[in-house]
Design a protein around this ligand. Structure first.
Ligand SMILES: NC(=O)c1ccc[n+]([C@@H]2O[C@H](COP(=O)([O-])OP(=O)(O)OC[C@H]3O[C@@H](n4cnc5c(N)ncnc54)[C@H](O)[C@@H]3O)[C@@H](O)[C@H]2O)c1
Length: 355
């Protein structure tokens, strides 16, 4: 039985708490929370769980693994301390607020042979898994471009911008789907509500093989949208997390056809034609399970059976690498930057403006 200590039980923490309490091989033995109202909530709902205001109480022998669901500014410090007390760690996204910090967490976990995992929940989403299966088995043909929209009306954060709050999911899904890092990123952000905290982000990612991805995230939008569209040479797929048919495969594509093979290359528009193909829409069946349950199970399983969790520390580091480069691009009004070279460390001093 893995004994889990949870730090932070605000909006997201209770979901982690519920799922870990449902795990066969784990239990939550202690929760650290600063807000008295949240402590009361835990005590009423789970009278058997010890509560504390001081997260250091989780670093004793009674706890094997620490789950961190506090504001992103605290992730690095809490995760580092927990690892240094020989606790396995699941930290909410983003893993940390800079590449240097994320690298340090990965290094400490490796040195101490501990599991480090990040809350990239959508990688555990059955619809995302189906989308990946479809891309891998060649349904779309050659992927041309993808675009992702994660929009909502609120929750407006005061501590991080929409890039660091919402886009970790889209970036992690894209890297997961394409199984490669983007080479370059260009990003623009706009603050309308709080100066220095961007509410709306438009980001273009350049992946190898000329695959382009666009990510739009916002907490200032009239409707809730969680959608990704993949356009390829043969077919197009929409993953709509808000729809009953989460994966929709459109038999649509445009082919270039040579009018006459003997005419040689397509150097004249008279020598080729564009063939539009538009067939049926199909909806693969998806056995939907709560993604967070699969994520929690993966964390517990990695500890019990000494496996690598899917959303491991390196995975979290990859996403932070993209986010930091995107932030640097935003600071330069959208200049395209090379993700592989690593971007400069963020220059701005406080979390609120840095993000
Ligand atoms: N994976 C997902 O889909 C998903 C969804 C929502 C939020 N999140 C992540 O979860 C994390 C928390 O987000 P949230 O919306 O729940 O924030 P929140 O502000 O609602 O909750 C954070 C809680 O942490 C507590 N806290 C802060 N410092 C503490 C300390 N030193 N000791 C103990 N408790 C402390 C606060 O009192 C608060 O209750 C963020 O990193 C966010 O990115 C992930």
């Amino acid at each position: 039985m893995v004994n889990i200590g949870l730090i932070g039980c605000g909006y997201w923490g209770p979901n982690l708490l519920r799922n870990f309490m449902d795990c066969q091989d784990a239990t939550v033995s202690m929760v650290a929370e600063l807000d008295p109202e949240r402590i009361e909530y835990i005590q009423q709902k789970y009278p058997g769980i010890k509560t504390t205001r001081d997260y250091h109480d989780l670093f004793g022998d009674a706890v094997d693994a620490v789950v961190i669901a506090t504001q992103p500014a605290t992730h690095f410090a809490f995760a580092k301390e927990a690892l240094e007390h020989d606790k396995h760690v699941l930290v909410e996204k983003p893993l940390a607020k800079s590449i240097l910090e994320a690298e340090e967490l990965v290094r400490i976990a490796r040195q101490r042979d501990l599991k480090l995992m990040v809350g990239h929940t959508f990688e555990y989403n059955e619809a995302v898994r189906e989308l990946k299966r479809q891309i891998q088995q060649g349904t779309v043909g050659k992927p041309y471009y993808l675009y992702s929209q994660r929009l909502n009306f609120g929750i407006v954060r005061k501590d991080v911008n929409a890039l660091w709050n919402l886009a970790p999911h889209d970036v992690s899904i894209l890297i997961h789907l394409l199984e490669t890092m983007p080479e370059a990123v260009s990003c623009r952000g706009y603050d309308f509500i709080q100066p220095g905290i961007d509410d709306v982000i438009f980001m273009v990612l350049h992946f190898p093989n000329n695959i382009i991805a666009h990510v739009q995230v916002s907490w200032l939008d009239p409707s809730k949208v969680r959608k990704m569209t993949v356009v390829g040479s043969d077919k197009m797929i929409i993953y709509n997390d808000m729809d009953d048919h989460k994966i929709q495969i459109y038999d649509k594509g445009i082919k270039v056809q040579n009018m006459d093979e003997s005419l040689g290359p397509y150097d004249d528009f008279g020598k080729y034609q564009l063939i539009k193909q538009a067939g049926d829409v199909s909806f693969p069946k998806i056995d939907f399970k709560e993604p967070l349950k699969a994520e929690c199970d993966d964390f517990v399983n990695s500890i019990v059976n000494d496996t690598q969790p899917l959303a491991n520390g390196e995975n979290g580091l990859r996403v932070v690498r993209v986010l930091q480069t995107a932030q640097a691009s935003m600071n330069l009004n959208g200049v395209t930057l090379d993700v592989r070279k690593g971007s400069p460390e963020p220059k701005r001093p406080t979390m609120a403006t840095q993000f």
